[in-house]
Design a binder for this molecule. Structure first.
Ligand code: ADE
Length: 248
């Protein structure tokens, strides 16, 4: 059976990373679709034949910042699958990368193999494997070749600041992107059988001496432009594929 890709939801935690795409696609906010108590926001429209929604995690009004991290990401993905019924979800955003793996500022990766958490330490058999996630990532090899972007394992944690322990775990998986949402969204994707592709643009090089948070702020705008370029190519290309093409 072939399931055409007709409906796509793009999940974004940091509003500044999504605004160029929302503007380019002319998406309009739908305030009636997500749970009214939640901070998440939904922007919708069509692009070629595709029904598109961009869901933002929303603001922590106490501190005037976006909700980043896996808790908001899981709720956002749950709202997306249950209210919007997408064929495919995309986890879009920025990430820390690794010069040793060939990354530069603005390098964009598609997720490959599996999603893993790098800061969950539960040394009890079974709980360990469950805690670190290891959620299957879709097979994006053909898609990545068409887009001319690299692929790799995406690793999720709760900190932007780097730590030696996190880096050691990330390196043990040879992951290419260190970010804060994808594994949580992939868990929801796996529960509801909706493939989740992560598209991550590098704002900072974790294996360089600079503080990740300073490089993140400095490069956010450029990395978001690169992210937007690849996302536009991706949504132009996705309808050439069916859901089964992404299966592992
Ligand atoms: N997002 C962008 N850069 C990041 C980093 N170094 N760690 C976690 N999340 C990030």
């Amino acid at each position: 059976m072939k399931t055409e890709i007709k409906s796509v939801v793009i999940l974004v935690a940091v509003e500044d990373e999504a605004l160029p795409l929302i503007e380019f696609l002319g998406l309009k906010e739908n305030t009636a679709i997500l749970h009214p108590k939640l901070p998440m926001r939904c922007f919708q429209g069509t692009h070629n034949s595709l029904a598109l929604s961009v869901v933002l995690s929303g603001k922590d009004e106490r501190h005037h910042v976006d909700y980043i991290g896996s808790e908001a990401a899981a709720i956002m993905a749950y709202e997306a699958v249950t209210k919007l019924n997408p064929d495919v979800m995309i986890s879009a955003g920025t990430a820390g990368g690794f010069a040793e793996q060939g990354a530069d500022i603005g390098t964009v990766y598609l997720s490959d193999e599996y999603y893993v958490y790098h800061d969950r330490h539960v040394p009890i058999p079974g709980y360990h494997e469950s805690a670190i996630g290891l959620y299957r990532a879709p097979n994006v090899k053909a898609l990545a070749t068409k887009l001319g972007v690299s692929t790799g394992i995406v690793s999720t944690g709760s900190s932007l600041k780097k730590s030696a322990d996190d880096i050691m775990t990330i390196n043990s998986h040879s992951a290419v992107a260190k970010e804060m949402e994808a594994a949580a969204e992939a868990w929801i994707g796996q529960l509801f059988s909706v493939p989740l592709i992560a598209v991550k643009s590098i704002t900072n090089l974790v294996d360089h001496d600079n503080a990740s948070e300073e490089e993140f702020i400095k490069n956010l705008s450029y990395a978001s432009e690169r992210l937007t370029e690849v996302l536009i190519q991706l949504i132009d290309t996705l309808p050439e594929f069916c859901v089964e093409d992404l299966a592992r």
